[in-house]
Every structure is written in structure tokens, then in C-alpha cells.
Design a binder for this molecule. Structure first.
Ligand SMILES: Nc1ncnc2c1ncn2[C@@H]1O[C@H](COP(=O)(O)OP(=O)(O)OP(=O)(O)O)[C@@H](O)[C@H]1O
Ligand SMILES: [Mg+2]
Length: 276
């Protein structure tokens, strides 16, 4: 059985928990056509810092901005549409992008998914860099941000002063910040709970995506999985071991599994996300 088939098998189990699973949907079944008729959102960022980003260099880093390879943008759009179906059907809005190990594509998937959601006129997106161990979201976007989630949780800095709009409509980033101590206990603490309640209640149409550290290396992702509505598990073709995927899924088994992404796959299959 191939890795992909195994991932599908594992993902299928989440249906038993009543979650409509994205990996079993075909691209044709997606609900993208439902976008028309919905209100177009063009937020005017008055307090949120707007930072212009160099789209050419983003593209070189694999960030699927408009000048990127259109067929790959489409791959992320398909992934987004499938995920959106799961979210809408289950009334979910918070998704954790995680993976068993290092460098399997969590951050790039989280960013490109966030960009894809932000292309929808009726949505806004908050991308939270919850990987305080290796905060890469701002590096991918070429943004220099020293403060973020860590300072909000530990020093009570207001979100309005920390959020960044990377000059992309409808997308807001909360950087990870600069941790002065290992962040796991913080993620399990009362300030994190208050933060989650706050962002969950703010804007009904907003999707919130969290980037996570590797599940098998740090406990951070396990705590994060307790807050979100669903988990998107990233696996890396040729790298992620089946045993690691199983162990990672066990660690977060209380969190509904929205789907499994087979990243960096050279397959003519709607779930794979790759770029060259
Ligand atoms: N679909 C893809 N095609 C080609 N390269 C990719 C793809 N996804 C990720 N990469 C590359 O793989 C590396 C790891 O990606 P990324 O930083 O997204 O992984 P990660 O799981 O967040 O890593 P970490 O565990 O260090 O946080 C990067 O060099 C990235 O450019
Ligand atoms: Mg990462």
C-alpha cells in the first residue's frame, strides 16, 4: 500500500468521529461556485501595520503569490476548497497545520493555504505563527517582525499593535515573537485560552490558520490541537514515515482531522502540493 493510500486510510477514520473529511473529495465536488453572491470584503487596515512585501522574492521562496506558477496556485486552491467544505459543513474556523517531523512543509502549506483563502472575496484570514521554536512565517514573507504571539501572551501587548498585513488584501499575520523561554507551558496556560476566545469571537467570516512545530519533537502542537477546530496533517512524499504519521495522529487524536496533505509529491492528484 502506498503512503498516500495509508494516509487516506487514516484520514477515513476521522469520519467515524463525524468529520466530513477533505481527502475523500474530488476536485469537482468542491464548493467554489458558491462564492458568487456573497459580500466582498475589502478591509481598511487602520491600526494593523501594513508591510509591503517583494512579490518576486516571495515567489522564489515558494510562496504562491499571483506571479507564481498558475497550476500550483490551482493546487492550493483545490486544497483550500476541500478544506473550506469541511469547515463550512462542521461550522469550523480554526485550523492547525501540523506534521510529524521537521521540514515536511507545514509553514509553506499554511502560508499558501492562507493566501488561497484570502483570494476569496468574502473571507478574511488570520495566519498565526504558533511555531515559536522556529518562527518562519515572516521569513518566508520577507517581513522583519520581532514581536508577536509570545509578547501578547506574556506581556499583554495588544493584538492590534502586533498584527501585520503583508499588503495582501484580507490576510493578516500574527508573528510568533521572540520567546525568552520554551513556549510549551505558555501554550497550555490561561493567556493562550483567552487569546483563542478573543480571536474566535472577533469576525464571523474569518478563517484562522495556525502554523505548528513538529508534533513528534515538541509538545506545543499537542496543546495547540486542543484549541483548534480541526487539524490539517502535512506529510512529505519520500520523507514522512508511516509509523511517524500514525504516532503523530495518535498524539492529537482528540482533534478532528480535516485532511492529510501529501506534500512535494509528483503525482497527478489533487491532494499533492508541489512546486519547482
Ligand atoms: N511543495 C513543496 N515543493 C518544494 N519545496 C517545498 C514544498 N514544501 C516545502 N518545501 C521546502 O521544504 C523546506 C521545508 O518547508 P517548510 O519550512 O514549509 O517546512 P516545515 O514543516 O514548516 O519545517 P519546520 O519543521 O522546520 O518548521 C523548505 O525549504 C521549503 O521551501
Ligand atoms: Mg515551519
Amino acid at each position: 500500500m502506498s503512503k498516500l493510500e495509508r494516509a487516506l486510510e487514516l484520514a477515513k477514520k476521522s469520519r467515524e468521529k463525524g468529520v466530513d473529511n477533505l481527502v475523500e473529495r474530488s476536485a469537482k465536488e468542491t464548493g467554489e461556485g458558491e462564492v458568487s453572491g456573497l459580500q466582498t470584503l475589502t478591509p481598511n487596515y487602520t491600526r494593523t501595520k501594513v508591510v509591503d512585501v517583494d512579490k518576486e522574492s516571495l515567489s522564489r521562496r515558494g510562496v504562491a503569490v499571483p506571479n507564481f506558477n498558475p497550476s500550483i496556485i490551482e493546487q492550493y486552491n483545490v486544497l483550500r476548497a476541500k478544506l473550506e467544505r469541511v469547515l463550512t459543513k462542521n461550522g469550523y474556523k480554526m485550523v492547525l497545520v501540523a506534521s510529524p517531523g521537521d521540514a515536511e512543509g507545514k509553514t509553506l502549506t499554511a502560508i499558501n493555504l492562507a493566501l488561497s483563502f484570502a483570494r476569496e472575496a468574502h473571507r478574511t484570514v488570520l495566519l498565526v505563527d504558533a511555531d515559536m521554536r522556529k518562527p518562519d512565517v515572516t521569513s518566508y514573507l520577507g517581513i522583519n517582525a520581532q514581536h508577536g504571539l509570545y509578547e501578547h501572551l506574556t506581556k499583554g501587548w495588544s493584538l492590534e499593535d502586533l498584527l501585520i498585513n503583508p499588503a495582501i488584501p484580507r490576510l493578516t499575520i500574527l508573528p510568533a515573537g521572540t520567546p525568552e523561554e520554551p513556549p510549551a507551558d505558555l501554550l497550555n496556560g490561561p493567556s493562550m485560552k483567552a487569546f483563542i476566545e478573543d480571536i474566535r469571537g472577533r469576525y464571523p467570516e474569518r478563517i484562522i490558520i495556525f502554523d505548528s512545530p513538529p508534533l513528534l519533537r515538541f509538545s506545543d502542537g499537542i496543546y495547540l490541537a486542543d484549541y483548534v477546530d480541526a487539524l490539517l496533517m502535512v506529510t512529505c512524499s519520500g520523507k514522512t514515515k508511516e509509523e511517524d504519521l500514525r504516532r503523530a495522529l495518535e498524539l492529537v487524536e482528540g482533534c478532528p482531522l480535516a485532511g492529510v496533505v501529501l506534500n512535494r509529491a509528483r503525482l497527478d492528484y489533487c491532494l499533492s502540493a508541489e512546486y519547482y
